[in-house]
Design a protein around this ligand. Structure first.
Ligand code: ADP
Length: 335
């Protein structure tokens, strides 16, 4: 099951459990902890008092009270002191222990804030990558939907250089598009001025003969390979299993079985691209797969250009792509 990134206030989410970046007393604090206690009401603090605190890297659960979740899982992140005091391992434990606890409580949907990345000072980019890597490893062996909640955009800083490169790539493509549109626009104007010198006489273009079908029924019966068929063929050609493919695509198992069992299934554009990324398709193959689902990649959309950028650069890391899409305020890939 997928990881999803959302930019929101964690206290507003309707999930089975939300995770609290608490302090070791579990008696409330500032930041996300304060927001969770304020939204849950005083009964949360009453229950927390009975828990006897919590060690760094460990997790304890309470009910959700007035929140829209059954449970709050309180975990205590490490305070960042430069990275040499086991902060990373402790932060990984926070995610692992919270997920194991959520699993033991029967939770199917869990939302995390970026633990330790506020007052505790863990660098946001690194905190995010620990969150993604740890959750991803857990999801490789366990079915659950995990939301990583990004409260402020600064938390979601993909490398400055990558942002600059993508911006440049978008600008170049937009500029081309713009230039072509302008050239189109100028053409009738030139013609009105009877300035035909620039224009060669149009070549006679012979259209290819239309395919001959005996009847409409005949035409409709001669369908090309469908999206679902191409996807399954590519999975086989890549020597992947179905599970490997949908996990890599960050796609949920149920959606994959729907696609698998319906040869004419039409996925969303994001889903189709997520599969192209999981299968490491070339740009041409990606376009072919998209076409089969009724979509294209164009230079009139930032989303499309960002996808193209990653494929052209051979970077098929769906989480990095999603971070970039997030940075540029675009829809994310996957379910
Ligand atoms: P810590 O002490 O573990 O650093 P903080 O609460 O100070 O915990 O911050 C952890 C992360 O939670 C920060 O990235 C902060 O921006 C984010 N955060 C703060 N309030 C909320 C909220 N209401 N919902 C989601 N995330 C939040």
């Amino acid at each position: 099951m997928p990881i999803e990134f959302i930019r929101d206030d964690i206290t507003r989410l309707h999930v089975d459990a939300i995770v609290n970046a608490a302090n070791s007393t579990l008696l409330g604090g500032g930041g996300v902890d304060g927001a969770i206690h304020a939204a849950a009401g005083p009964k949360l603090l009453e229950e927390c008092r009975k828990l006897g605190g919590c060690e760094t890297g460990e997790a304890k659960a309470t009910k959700g009270y007035k929140l829209h979740c059954k449970y709050v899982i309180h975990t205590v992140g490490p305070v960042w002191t430069g990275g040499k005091r086991g902060e990373k391992a402790l932060l990984e434990s926070c995610y692992k222990n919270s997920l194991l606890l959520a699993k033991s409580l029967g939770c199917e949907t869990v939302a995390f804030p970026l633990i330790s990345s506020g007052v505790y000072g863990y660098p946001k980019e690194e905190a995010l990558s620990v969150a993604v890597d740890t959750v991803k490893s857990f999801l490789d062996v366990c079915d659950m939907t995990v939301y990583i909640v990004i409260f402020d955009k600064a938390s979601f800083r993909i490398g400055e250089k990558l942002v600059r490169d993508i911006k440049e790539y978008i600008d170049d493509r937009y500029a081309d598009e713009h230039f072509n549109a302008r050239a189109e626009h100028m053409r009738p104007f030139k013609a009105n001025r009877h300035d035909f010198a620039d224009y060669a006489a149009p070549k006679e273009v012979k259209a290819a003969p239309p395919p001959s079908f005996a009847s409409l029924k005949d035409a409709v019966s001669q369908l090309d390979e469908s999206f679902s068929e191409m996807l399954l063929r590519k999975i086989d050609e890549e020597g992947m299993t179905d599970v490997e493919c949908y996990k890599k695509a960050n796609i949920d198992r149920k959606l994959f079985s729907k696609i698998r069992s319906d040869r004419l299934y039409k996925p969303s554009k994001q889903t189709a691209i997520a599969f192209a990324i999981a299968l490491r398709l070339s740009l041409d193959e990606t376009k072919e797969l998209l076409m089969k689902a009724g979509f294209a990649l164009s230079h009139s959309s930032r989303f499309d250009i960002i996808i193209e950028y990653f494929i052209v650069h051979g970077n098929y890391n769906i989480f990095e792509i999603n971070e970039a899409l997030f940075e540029f305020d675009q829809c994310l890939l996957g379910a």
